[in-house]
Ligand binder design. Structure first.
Ligand code: 6PG
Length: 244
């Protein structure tokens, strides 16, 4: 099975070893960025898959490997809910990681899901432009982007058949998702195309078919992700239909 061109795949036995592999990659990415420019910018993905990674990074075993004051956290997408909602991607990362480490509040660049979708997207885009001093139409040079994969092949909150897939100019947009009957706020493909390293974290047999379709070249949202380097980290259940 051919994998998407220029992308690599690493398969882990189970969810825990996947999370450990992702933690080591996170730390390496942090160290490289701080060596090069003195700070690290990472885009967190939402959903359940990355939570074990976030918990590991907050654990005694890994926490001291990162100087958290040099790390800046962004989000790939957010639900249109308050930051303390159980649905909030910020809330999930806050509970599992951010509330357990010493990190200045100004390093946390959450998408304000409590605002109306367009206002939340504008605010998040303005924050990217301001933080990275971006010129018009220039994507942010994130050091690390973490992405999930939906069983329908979505990533970020770019779901099949939604308007957001076609956005070429803006970095952050509101995106209505008919299948969820809900608005989301999401980074666009353009926003992550200059990322130094983009990592899909995929676990569970329910993702196997979507991974296979992406690797076969089917035009699913996850297959449209482009970046300098795209890595797939998957557990054996999710990767059962694709070769290593
Ligand atoms: C979200 C995510 C979404 C997620 C996938 C996988 O807001 O839900 O950003 O893109 O990464 O849906 O979710 P799971 O990890 O929960 O399977």
């Amino acid at each position: 099975m051919a994998r998407p061109s220029g992308q690599s795949l690493k398969i882990f036995q189970d969810k825990d070893s996947l999370a450990r592999g992702a933690a080591l990659l996170f730390i390496e990415s942090f160290e490289e960025a701080v060596r090069e420019k003195g700070f690290f910018s990472v885009v967190l993905s939402g959903g359940a898959t990355p939570l074990r990674l976030y918990e590991l990074l907050a654990s005694k075993e890994y926490r001291s490997a990162v100087q958290w004051g040099l790390a800046h956290f962004f989000w790939g997408d957010e639900r249109c809910v308050p930051p303390d909602s159980p649905e909030s991607n910020f809330n999930a990362a806050n509970q599992s990681l951010l509330s357990k480490i010493e990190i200045p509040p100004e390093n946390i660049h959450r998408i304000k899901g409590e605002l109306p979708p367009m206002a939340a997207a504008k605010s998040a885009e303005d924050e990217l432009v301001s933080f990275f001093h971006l010129g018009a139409g220039v994507p942010p040079p994130f050091d690390l982007v973490l992405l999930g994969l939906g069983s329908d092949g979505h990533t970020l909150s770019l779901f099949p058949g939604t308007q957001g897939l076609e956005e070429k100019e803006r970095l952050v947009i509101p995106n209505h998702v008919p299948k969820l009957d809900a608005w989301r706020v999401t980074l666009t493909f353009s926003a992550i195309e200059k990322a130094k390293k983009t990592v899909f974290l995929v676990s569970g047999e329910e993702k196997a078919a979507a991974m296979k379709e992406v690797f076969e070249g089917k035009d699913l949202p996850a297959a449209r992700v482009r970046a300098k380097e795209v890595l797939w980290l998957a557990d054996s259940e999710a990767a059962v239909l694709v070769s290593d």
